[in-house]
Design a protein around this ligand. Structure first.
Ligand SMILES: Cc1cc2nc3c(=O)[nH]c(=O)nc-3n(C[C@H](O)[C@H](O)[C@H](O)COP(=O)(O)OP(=O)(O)OC[C@H]3O[C@@H](n4cnc5c(N)ncnc54)[C@H](O)[C@@H]3O)c2cc1C
Length: 304
C-alpha cells in the first residue's frame, strides 16, 4: 500500500492517484496507476526513487508513453513522469545538454536552429529524450546512440549515476538505461548548413507520411525487425494487414503498426499480437519480439 502523503511531499510537483494511463499513452489504452508524479526537478526524481526503494514499492519512469502498452489492470506502485524536466542548452561548439523530459522533436528543432545536424533521424519519432535513450530510438538513418556522449540516471536508491555512452549498453531498440531513471544527457552533434538540414528533415517527413498511418492511436512499430529482415514484410506476407481483434487492428497502411481503432483494450492488442506471432512463426519460422514495452497487470478480460 503506497503512502500518499509521503509521495506528495517527495515529488514537489503534481501527483495524481488511481490515474487512468490511457490518458498518458499514445495507444490510448491502459488501466490506472496507483500514483503518477510529475517532479519538476532532478531532486524530486531522486526523492521519489529513494522513497519507493525504502518502502519496497515498484517504481518506473513514464515519458511520452509512445512505446508503451499498459495492461488493463493498471500499474501498481509509483510512476515518475519526466515530462517536466525540460531544460535544454547548447554546450560549447557541438554539444547539447538536455533533460530527460525534452521532446525529441524539440531537440531536433533547437539543433537545427543552431545549425547542428545528426539528429534528423528523429523526424516522426515521438517521445522524450529519456524514453528515446532507453529505447535507443531511431530509424535506418541513425539512432540516439550515434550522438550520445554521456547519460545521467537516478539509481533506484536515489543516487545519481553518470555513464559514458559506451557504458549504456546501447543496442537495436534497447539499452541498459532502464535500470534507473534517465534524467539528463549530453549529445555531440555535427555542424551543418541550416538549409541542408532542413531539406533532409523535409525528405524524411515526406517519406514517412507515405508509408505510415496518420491520426490513429498507436505505439508505432509493434515488433522489432528480426535480423536481416523486416517485421512489416513478414506480417504483410502472412496476410495480416487489416486483421482485427476487438478494437485493435493491424494497420492496412503498415503491417507492423497495431492501431487502436475503437476503444481497444490491452487484452485486444495482446490477443492480436499473439495471432501475428503465431502466423509469422508458422509461415516463416521466425519469432517476432515486441518492440513496445508491455507493463502492468492483466485486467479481468485478459485474466479470464
Ligand atoms: C507514431 C509513432 C511513430 C514511432 N516511430 C518510431 C521510430 O521511427 N523509431 C523508433 O525508435 N521508435 C518509434 N516509435 C516509438 C517511440 O516513439 C520511441 O520508442 C520513443 O523513444 C519512446 O519515448 P517515450 O518518451 O514515449 O517513452 P515511453 O513510451 O514513455 O517509455 C518507453 C519505455 O522507456 C521507459 N522510460 C521512459 N522514460 C524513461 C526515463 N527517463 N528513464 C528510464 N526509463 C524510461 C518506460 O518505463 C518504458 O519502459 C514511434 C511511436 C509512435 C507512436
Amino acid at each position: 500500500m503506497i503512502d500518499r502523503d509521503a509521495i506528495v511531499a517527495a515529488a514537489e510537483g503534481e501527483v495524481r492517484f488511481d490515474e487512468p494511463l490511457r490518458a498518458h499513452t499514445t495507444f490510448r489504452i491502459g488501466g490506472p496507476v496507483d500514483a503518477l508524479a510529475w517532479p519538476t526537478g532532478v531532486g524530486g526524481v531522486q526523492r521519489l526513487c529513494a522513497l519507493a526503494h525504502a518502502r519496497g514499492w515498484p517504481c518506473r519512469a513514464l515519458g511520452h508513453g509512445s512505446n508503451l502498452l499498459v495492461r488493463d489492470g493498471g500499474v501498481r506502485g509509483l510512476l515518475v513522469a519526466t515530462t517536466r524536466l525540460r531544460r535544454l542548452e547548447r554546450d560549447r561548439e557541438r554539444g547539447v545538454r538536455c533533460e530527460a523530459g525534452v521532446p525529441t522533436s524539440r531537440l531536433l528543432h533547437e539543433a537545427t536552429s543552431w545549425e547542428l545536424g545528426g539528429v534528423e533521424f528523429l523526424v516522426g519519432v515521438p517521445g522524450t529524450v529519456g524514453g528515446g535513450l532507453v529505447m535507443n530510438a531511431g530509424t535506418s538513418l541513425g539512432e540516439l546512440k550515434d550522438v550520445t556522449v554521456e547519460v545521467t540516471t537516478v539509481r533506484p536508491d536515489g543516487e545519481l549515476r553518470v555513464r559514458a555512452a559506451a557504458a549504456c549498453g546501447f543496442r537495436y531498440r534497447g539499452s541498459d538505461l532502464g535500470d534507473g531513471i534517465v534524467v539528463a544527457a549530453r549529445f555531440e552533434l555535427r555542424p551543418g548548413v541550416r538549409a541542408a538540414i532542413v531539406a533532409r528533415i523535409a525528405a524524411q517527413r515526406e517519406a514517412r507520411a507515405r508509408r505510415e498511418p496518420h491520426g490513429v492511436p498507436t505505439a508505432g512499430s509493434f515488433f522489432k525487425n528480426p535480423p536481416g529482415d523486416f517485421a512489416g514484410r513478414l506480417l504483410e506476407q502472412a496476410g495480416l494487414k487489416g486483421r482485427r481483434l476487438g478494437g485493435a487492428e493491424v494497420s492496412w497502411v503498415h503491417a507492423n503498426w497495431i492501431v487502436n481503432r475503437a476503444d481497444a483494450t490491452a487484452a485486444d492488442v495482446l490477443g492480436l499480437m499473439q495471432v501475428c506471432q503465431e502466423a509469422v512463426a508458422t509461415k516463416f519460422g521466425v519469432t517476432l519480439e515486441p518492440e513496445v514495452h508491455i507493463v502492468g497487470e492483466a485486467g479481468r478480460e485478459e485474466a479470464a
